[in-house]
Every structure is written in structure tokens, then in C-alpha cells.
Design a protein around this ligand. Structure first.
Ligand SMILES: [Zn+2]
Ligand SMILES: [Zn+2]
Length: 455
């Protein structure tokens, strides 16, 4: 394993994240004799509980009415008190509980602030410490500050400043993350609290539900995420991924991680469809736009004109030789978009298949997106038909989608594609299919590149 120290630093985006998402792990680390630090990265001022505490109503969490008009400073102070009490209840030493001066404002934590906080504590405490925080990949509903802090840790890892990290999944996002296999390339570790740990967790929960206005304690955590706290009492678990910086990864680590990914991806099913010919659809007042593979300047210009972020990923697609296609309306808004790979190497990350398309006349359609407000109008099908009828080169077109993406399946069939079946890597139906379409040199990255650095 990577050369790491006995120190673990937990970076919490807000007051209560250290407990709800990482509390069991904090207790376990302390039990193992690790030196545990907890750092709070924002002020928690954005909570709607501040208003609630002054709405004059009563609630079932405490006696008396909400008659407390706290200033922002008082509110932050009350939340910090809960945070410190929670960490102490988990067993963290007082001097190891940190609230940096430079912490972010709740809801608008800046990436640079998050990065400098993590850097500062690694430098002050231990450069080789294991870093724990919340993963940035926990779905679209994930709090912005959680993503930002996760991104900061990701960046510092890529720059070789963090050796090993544990990335946690908020308990309230776990079901969704689990359902979306693409978000979990490898299975997370699941920690269930043993009874002595459970007692500590329950005490820490009490720190967030303690009501005593005379002591300036307002049960803010419990008011804010009541259900999450209630669920945590019955289901006291933390889920996280262990990740080691490639720079500090041993060959054994790399093999192990690649093997886990391979086993996971091998089980993925995808639905495949194909079509050779069709008529161009009537787009009405809308217009079809395409940028051919290799036309980097044209693509860059298109992005600027249409207010589309120029991402590295998309730039690479154009450089690789994929063409970009979209339908825009008279206001130059992009309604639906997608990509066509033809005559170049391609890698399907969902099922871990890479291949060479240079020897065939088949095109592969991928990564289609329709703007949310224009969905359900058949635009996706129109774009697919437009590409099939107008793309120069491919004689046959292939498209795939996941079994749970019903909207995509509907659009593909509506465009006139015929189903080629549900294909799996496991039973070899997928490699056979790819071969039948003329794709050659079909390889699996995680299987064959076991000892090479991930790209
Ligand atoms: Zn949070
Ligand atoms: Zn209340």
C-alpha cells in the first residue's frame, strides 16, 4: 500500500457531515489507534433553519415556540458548538478539531479556498496523512460544497499532494448512487457500526438534537436533516471508496483496482441497435449543424458562438476524429446534440471495450443529450435520422444505450433503428457483435493493461 502515516484527516463540508457520512469511520480509526483530525470547511450559514427558528411556530423536536431571531454570527456559533460537541462525542481530541479562519461561506465554497484549506492542514499536521472527505461523484442532487471539496481533494491527489484518500457517500445519496452503475465503477466499502461505536454515534447525534436556548443550543442539525438523523440511528453505516494516488500506487494496488473494475464492468449489459439508411427528417424551422472530426478550430468557434463550455473531453473527441452533430433553433439554442465516431479508435467505458474502427464502414453514435426543456418532442430521433441520412462515409450505424434508459431506447426505435439485442461482455455476445460490425483489435483496458498506468 502507499506509504502513508498513522494520521487521518477528515474534511467536513458542513457541520453534521462529519457525523452522518463519516462518523462510523472516525470511531473505527480512533479504535485502531490512529491520530484523527476533523476540519470544518464552511460556516454552515446557509441553512434554512435560521429562518425556521424565528417563525413563531412550534415543532415536535422540543418544547416551546420558534422565537429566536439569531444573527448570522450567532447562528454560525450555535452550529459550530454542535459540531465540536459531535466530534468530542465521537472521541476526537479537542485540539484535533479544527475550524479554519479561512473557511468558505455555506453554499459558495470556492475551489481555491477548499484546496488551500486541505493543503494547509496537510502541511501543519502530516503530509503523508490519509485524507477523508465526501466523494464528488454522488449524483446531480449532491450539495455544491460537497462536490467542490471532493474536487479539491481529487485535484490535490492528481498533483501528488495526497497519497491516499477515502471518499465517502452521503447516506441519503447511496441508493441513487448504487442504482447508477456508471457512478460506481468499483464497489464501495461498507462499514457497519459495532455496538460500542453505535453508542458514540448516538451521543454525537444528541449533540445535534440538544435543545436548550439558555445555553444557546437550538438542535440545528436535527431541525435541518431530521429524517437523515433518524435513519442513521437505525442504519448506522458509512460507505466509502478507498483510492490511492497513482503516483504512490504499488503494482499490487494497481492490479487489484483494475481487477475490481474489470469484474464490475464485465457484468454490464447494453442494448445495441443498428440502421443503414433512412430519409432526412423535416426539421421545420430548426437547423442541423455538424462539425467534422479533426476540425478543432471550427469546433472551438462553435462552442464560443453557442455559449457551450469547451471541455477537454469534447476537444479530444474532435481531435480523435469524431464528428459533432446538433439541432439548433432560430435563437441559436442547441436543442439536442451527439457524436459520431468513424474510422478511429474507440473506447466504450460502460463495458470496458476498446477497438479499432479504421477497417470498416460502420459509424458509432454516442453521447447524445437533449436539453431538458426540449425533451419529449422527438428531437433526439430527428437528430439520429439526420445523421444517418447525411453523414458522409459510414454505410452502417450502431448505437447503444443502457437497459434503464427508457427515453433513449424510445428515441432510437422511433428513429427507425432495429434492435440487435441486449449484449454482455460476460457471455461474449458483445465482442462477437463488435467483430460482426467490422471493429477489429477488440481489447479490454482493465484486463490487458493490468500493469500499466491508467490513462
Ligand atoms: Zn453538507
Ligand atoms: Zn423546532
Amino acid at each position: 500500500m502507499a506509504d502513508v502515516s498513522n494520521t487521518i484527516i477528515y474534511f467536513a463540508p458542513h457541520q453534521d457531515d462529519e457525523l452522518l457520512s463519516m462518523g462510523v469511520d472516525i470511531c473505527n480509526s480512533l479504535k485502531k489507534g490512529k491520530s484523527v483530525h476533523v476540519v470544518l470547511c464552511t460556516d454552515g450559514s446557509g441553512s434554512s433553519v435560521k429562518r425556521k427558528l424565528n417563525d413563531g411556530k412550534s415543532c415536535n423536536k422540543h418544547p416551546g415556540e420558534h422565537i429566536y431571531d439569531l444573527s448570522e454570527q450567532e447562528f454560525i456559533q450555535a452550529r459550530d458548538t454542535e459540531f465540536v460537541a459531535s466530534c468530542l462525542a465521537l472521541g476526537v481530541k479537542r485540539e484535533n478539531i479544527h475550524i479554519p479562519e479561512s473557511r468558505g461561506k455555506d453554499g459558495s465554497l470556492e475551489l481555491s479556498t477548499a484546496q488551500s484549506i486541505v493543503r494547509q492542514y496537510l502541511k501543519e499536521i502530516d503530509k503523508k496523512a490519509v485524507v477523508c472527505t465526501i466523494s464528488l461523484n454522488n449524483g446531480p442532487k449532491q450539495h455544491r460544497d460537497h462536490k467542490t471539496l471532493g474536487r479539491a481533494v481529487e485535484n490535490l491527489t492528481n498533483w501528488g499532494e495526497i497519497r491516499k484518500r477515502h471518499l465517502f457517500i452521503e447516506p441519503y445519496h447511496y441508493e441513487q448512487v448504487k442504482d447508477n452503475a456508471r457512478l460506481i465503477p468499483i464497489e464501495p466499502e461498507v462499514l457497519t457500526a459495532v455496538s460500542s461505536v453505535k453508542d458514540k454515534i448516538n451521543n454525537a447525534i444528541r449533540a445535534y438534537s440538544y435543545w436548550n436556548p439558555q445555553e444557546k443550543r437550538y438542535a440545528i442539525g436535527y431541525h435541518s436533516v431530521t429524517n437523515e438523523f433518524n435513519d442513521y440511528i437505525t442504519d448506522t453505516k458509512n460507505r466509502f471508496f478507498v483510492k490511492i494516488s497513482p503516483k504512490y500506487m504499488s503494482k499490487a494496488d494497481r492490479l487489484y483496482i483494475n481487477h475490481r473494475k474489470y469484474l464490475k464492468l464485465k457484468k454490464q449489459k447494453q442494448l445495441y441497435y443498428s440502421m443503414s439508411l433512412c430519409d432526412a427528417p423535416d426539421l421545420g424551422d430548426n437547423v442541423l449543424v455538424s462539425v467534422l472530426g479533426g476540425q478543432v478550430d471550427e469546433y472551438t468557434q462553435f462552442c464560443q458562438q453557442h455559449n457551450v463550455p469547451l471541455t477537454e473531453k469534447n476537444l479530444k473527441r474532435i481531435q480523435d476524429g469524431s464528428s459533432f452533430w446538433c439541432i439548433i433553433n432560430s435563437d441559436k439554442e442547441i436543442l439536442t446534440r451527439g457524436w459520431l465516431a468513424y474510422k478511429h479508435d474507440f473506447y466504450i467505458s460502460e463495458t470496458d471495450f476498446g477497438f479499432d474502427m479504421s477497417q470498416c464502414e460502420t459509424g458509432l453514435l454516442y453521447h447524445f443529450e437533449t436539453e431538458e426543456k426540449y425533451r419529449g418532442q422527438g428531437l433526439y430521433g430527428q437528430l439520429l435520422k439526420s445523421i444517418v441520412s447525411q453523414a458522409i462515409g459510414p454505410k452502417d450505424f450502431v448505437i447503444y444505450t443502457s437497459p434503464d434508459n427508457f427515453a433513449s431506447q424510445k428515441g432510437i426505435l422511433k428513429a427507425g433503428f432495429k434492435s440487435d439485442g441486449t449484449l454482455k461482455a460476460e457471455d461474449k455476445s458483445l465482442p462477437r457483435y463488435l467483430k460482426s460490425k467490422g471493429f477489429t483489435d477488440i481489447k479490454r483496458k482493465y484486463r490487458l493493461w493490468g500493469l500499466s498506468v491508467e490513462r
